[in-house]
Ligand binder design. Structure first.
Ligand code: NAD
Length: 791
């Protein structure tokens, strides 16, 4: 045998990671007392336990206490008791605790990694080199945020007791993403790991004991969906942070509607892995291996849809097949293993079922010729070709080692296919032409875009999705906001208006010319679809005029016009800023007229009315000025990469405005949305819509492109409901009575749009706190684009 023959015949020898420490830990613990509540280890009140087993063998690992509602209640009570002291403690004190946790984890790094691989089935190389180090970095990074909180987040306070529910695919890392920012912000937590993977969270609770985390600040409860639901529904919890499936995310959105609980959802994905013909194909193959077969594909941001440019598709797929044949499927504790078992038999069956269905729908599924271990929930890496965009494998999150491939002809088609999903978590773009990659990245509807790379994460960089991948970000500055509440100048409770009732209006006195305001859609005044109108009263109960009674069809038209308007989101920030200045200028030219209208309609004094108009002009000026200043950031994670945290418009934003200070509130809500490049469908004050309809001419003379703002007058309750259910509306802001707000949240689950409500209260729009950054932040998505550098 010559050297070359020897080289090709070389086999990997076994390289097992020792597991004795983990086994000793498992043997030494009483898992029937695995609820960490108020600093003590407790059994479930109902005495129940559930089993966690080893995916590589199916063997039982432990019978773990299964929390019920009473246990969740005890945990929330403990967190609430600990909250005042913890949130009042100095940033430095909290930083020291976070740092101590990070350091203690470092000391037990190997144990964490081995336990994670035993419990979840992920290869030890991944838990050892990725999950655990990233989790540790998260705690140490967030120690810094605790100390800079007051300076970096002025006017914010901790949101309170936080309920956190996480999945099984990155048990320790997801725990770190949840607990570190919450503690830094001054919140106390009740966290529930997934029922398949409770072990590293139990070890983490031990670390909390040793690191001096005060009692009740971190409570870790084990259990399944019932325990999760008890956390979500507990009235003592002020925020829910959930990571898991979109299906459960929607249940939680609905369950928390109207509760006033802050909510962040990190859900599923169907991320595109886009390979242009000028990409370094060998690097792209390596990227793809990481993109789809990392953690057996059980990754929310897995690059599960390969889009490859036609000219290189055949060659690329041939390379993938060669590489797939070399992937080593085997024990997760073997350091040479690339692919371990799936987490559980149910997950294995689900993956098999989806592959069978995909094949039925025309996909050709290929697997390398390799043997699977005789026991455990293993599945071979699978490549599906001939996948149509509608195939289940192209649309559904498989959450397994399955890659669906499609080809594209040109850049436009790549973007279109990339966005052809209801999700929007991540994307990966491969091209040696960095200009092209940076041209494509902003056009992909995804919270994270990796250029010539994949699965890069860091504690300083936000991670999170668009659309049905959820809302909110974890990590970095934007992640901190999720655990903080901003002080807004809250106004009175909004009382419900009797639906369908016209305002009591006496006849006009005959001195004014009759005016009926239409709707404003796509840059034109439009008659309402139903041809009904609504009588609007003056403050004295006389008829001031009539407005169109908008309905579902009018909202649909307005949303279509807003979606079709590309000129506004694509305009430069400076351009948008000039238009807003121009709006202010034109409004100021008609200030007296608007002041008189306010007096007539709202009964405001002349002085108050003039002040409201002046403040409206000032606010337009403010947003015109902020348009090109509320910018993203550049992060420098600990690798050869820069991360561009770009501010992007949310998209089409629906706005339902309240009655108080009707000119000022309308401008205070619409201007920040416009400033950030959103297109708007606004429903003005139901009682005083004439202030908004009087703006038509101001808008028409201000160079705002058609469709950038659309105004539909009518009944707030009805129109808010239509906006909430509309799947082409990306964001919805509602200042209306509590019932309308709750319903808007509950009805938003179709596309999981981002909803912001006043929870049944209005704001004092005259306050300077009713303007600026808190509004702009709600008008943007932060997209993190990762750009590696170096040879
Ligand atoms: P899952 O939604 O079934 O469960 C997630 C967690 O929610 C578990 O702890 C579970 O016990 C709990 N739960 C289930 N039903 C509940 C209910 N009605 N109320 C409250 N809690 C409930 O998801 P999974 O199968 O454990 O995890 C896989 C999913 O997680 C995938 O869709 C994946 O994409 C997603 N994920 C997303 C991210 C992200 O950052 N976007 C990260 C990891 C995983």
């Amino acid at each position: 045998m010559n050297i070359l023959e020897r080289y090709h015949a070389m086999e990997y020898g076994p390289a097992p990671e020792a597991r004795n420490e983990a086994d000793a830990w498992l043997a030494g613990r009483d898992f029937s007392k695995a609820l960490f509540i108020d600093g003590a280890w407790k059994a479930a009140a109902g005495g129940r336990t559930f089993e966690t087993s080893e995916p590589s063998s199916g063997k039982l690992l432990a019978k773990v206490s299964d929390a019920g509602a009473a246990d969740i209640d005890a945990a929330v009570v403990a967190a609430a008791k600990a909250l005042p002291k913890w949130s009042a403690s100095s940033g430095y004190a909290r930083a020291k605790v976070l740092y101590a946790i990070g350091r203690a984890m470092q000391r037990h790094q190997r144990l964490f990694a081995v336990l994670e691989s035993i419990d979840n089935g992920k290869p030890i190389r991944e838990s050892r080199d990725i999950d655990v180090p990233l989790a540790i970095r998260h705690f140490i990074h967030h120690a810094g945020w605790a100390q800079t909180l007051e300076k970096d987040f002025p006017n914010h306070k901790p949101v309170g007791v936080v309920g956190q529910v996480i999945p099984w695919n990155f048990p320790l890392l997801m725990l770190a993403w949840k607990i570190a920012p919450a503690l830094a912000a001054g919140c106390t937590v009740v966290l529930k790991p997934a029922e398949f993977t409770p072990l590293t969270a139990i070890l983490f609770a031990e670390i909390c004991e040793r690191a001096g985390v005060p009692k009740g600040v971190v409570n870790i409860v084990q259990g399944g969906p019932e325990a999760g639901a008890a956390i979500v529904n507990h009235p003592g919890v002020q925020k829910i942070a959930f990571t898991g499936s979109s299906e459960v995310g929607k249940i939680i959105r609905k369950a928390t509607a109207g509760s006033g609980k802050k909510l962040s959802l990190e859900l599923g994905g169907k991320s595109a892995f886009i390979v242009f013909e000028d990409a370094d194909l060998d690097s792209a193959v390596e990227g793809l291996v990481d993109g789809i077969w990392f953690n057996q594909g059980q990754v929310c941001c897995a690059g599960s849809r390969l889009l490859v440019q036609e000219g290189v598709a055949e060659a690329f797929i041939a390379k993938i097949k060669v590489r797939m044949s070399r992937l080593r499927v085997g024990s997760p504790l073997d350091k040479n293993t690339d692919i371990g078992p799936l987490v559980d038999r149910t997950q294995l069956n689900r993956v098999k079922g989806l592959i069978a269905e995909g094949a039925k729908q025309g996909a050709v599924c290929w697997q390398p010729d390799a043997a699977l271990p005789s026991s455990g929930y293993y599945h071979l890496p699978t490549l599906a070709t001939g996948v149509s965009p509608a195939n289940i494998l192209a649309q559904e999150e498989v959450f397994g080692p399955v890659l669906a491939t499609m080809s594209f002809r040109n850049t436009e088609e790549a973007i279109e296919l990339g966005n052809n999903t209801r999700y929007g978590l991540a994307a990966s773009v491969w091209s040696e032409n960095i200009n092209l990659a940076l041209h494509v990245a902003p056009q992909l509807k995804a919270g994270v875009v990796w250029i010539n790379g994949t699965n890069m994460f860091d504690a300083a960089c936000g991670f999170g999705g668009y659309r049905e991948s959820g809302f909110g970000r974890e990590g970095g500055r934007e992640g901190m906001f999720e655990y903080l509440a901003v002080k807004l100048p809250v106004g009175p409770v909004i009382k419900p208006t009797a639906s369908g009732s016209a305002q009591p209006v006496e006849q006009a006195d005959g001195t004014a010319i009759d005016r009926t305001a239409k709707l404003f859609i796509g840059g034109k005044q439009a008659r309402p679809d139903g041809n009904y109108s609504l009588a609007i009263a003056t403050a004295k109960g006389k008829l001031a005029g009539e407005v169109g009674l908008g309905n579902r069809k009018d909202i649909r038209d307005a949303v279509a016009a807003a979606r079709a308007c590309k000129a506004w989101p694509e305009a430069t920030a400076f351009n948008r800023s000039q238009v807003l200045y121009y709006l202010a200028e034109n409004l100021s030219g008609r200030a007296d007229e608007f002041a008189a209208r306010l007096v007539q309609l709202t009964g405001a004094t002349g002085k108050a009315a003039r002040e409201e108009v002046e403040l409206s002009i000032e606010r337009l000026f403010l947003y015109a000025g902020l348009t090109d200043k509320f910018e993203g950031r550049v992060h420098q994670p600990p690798a050869r990469v820069v991360t561009l945290a770009l501010h992007e418009p949310v998209g089409v934003v629906g706005i339902v405005a309240p009655d108080n200070q009707p000119l000022l509130n309308f401008i205070s809500l619409v201007a920040p949305a416009l400033a950030m490049g959103n297109t708007v469908v606004a429903v003005p004050s139901e009682r005083h819509p004439l202030l908004a309809t009087d703006l038509y001419q101001v808008i028409e003379y201000s160079d705002l492109p058609a469709g950038a703002i659309n105004i539909v007058t009518g009944r707030s309750a009805e129109l808010a409901g239509v906006l909430a259910k509309h799947d082409d509306v990306d964001g919805l802001w509602v200042f209306a009575d509590a019932g309308i707000c709750a319903k808007a949240e509950a009805d938003s689950i179709g596309n999981l749009k981002r909803v912001w409500t006043g929870n049944g209260r209005t704001l004092d729009w005259t306050s300077s706190e009713a303007a600026g950054e808190p509004f702009l932040r709600r008008a943007i998505e932060v997209k993190n684009v990762w750009v590696p550098y170096g040879d």
